[in-house]
Design a protein around this ligand. Sequence first.
Ligand code: SAM
Length: 295
Amino acid sequence: MQRGVTFKTDEWFIENSFPGVRRCKTDAFRIQKKILSGKTKYQEYLIFESPGFGKILALDRIIQLSQSDEFIYHEMIAHVPLLTHSDPKRFLVVGGGDGGVLRESVKHPLKELYMVDIDKEVVAMARKYLPFISNGAFNDSRVNLLFANGKTFIKEHKNYFDCIVIDSTDPVGPGKALFEASFYRDVAKSLTKDGVAIFQLGPFLDFNLIIKGTAKKLKRFFRYVNLERLAMPSYSCGCEYCFILASKTVDPTKLSVSVIRGRARKRLGSKLDALKYYTPEVHHASLVMPKLWQL
Ligand code: SAM
């Protein structure tokens, strides 16, 4: 707790886990101020302010983002797959209701961007109460915003996207469908030949419980399946967090720092210097796993 700070309430937010998964630890965040709470057709929501973390969005009592470190997550889930592709033009984010993935991806010279979130109300509340997350990206003329189940949408777009980001909730509620093998198969079909997908997954604490099995499922449909690691203090136990990159033809580990830097400089220009976590060196290093987490 911060010294010298007094709080009006002694209320804490205890993070949920999804059934059968988190078993040994949990996270608690002090609630300084409640901003909004309620229930949409699909999920429960809460926006509150917490000392140290700033504004926090939780869905079904699971943290989706905190103001203090969301840029780490959003920069790493957008720029790594986009810069792994040699020339992406069509981009899709499934989920991503807060707009953070869009904020980062509109920085690229893409032709078409689609965002498909199941829950209109999450998007509306994020735009109103957390506008710094999307930072105007929803108004970009290349963006097509759709409200639908990502699972259905992706089946209708075969061989179309160069880059797909799965920025979903956890495998509980509406997000459950996005962790099934049949969805991974449909993502593979929806990607162009040299397309690259990235899936948000979970903390490395769950390497044996979740990560290894998910990678195995993905390997049925993609030749290259690679873990990416990043620091996410506000997520599960604050330990290192895992995304999975998947492609039918592109091995992301074969890209040198200088190739990544060349692409990043050409596509992002001076916007590259304004990023707060991502650098070409961090990109390259994020794909290197300690022995314990090698697939
Ligand atoms: N960064 C977050 C995390 O790590 O959990 C994800 C943030 S974003 C708010 C998650 C979004 O996924 C939510 O807006 C939710 O409505 C959406 N979502 C969940 N299931 C979905 C589905 N089947 N199709 C499309 N969007 C879905």
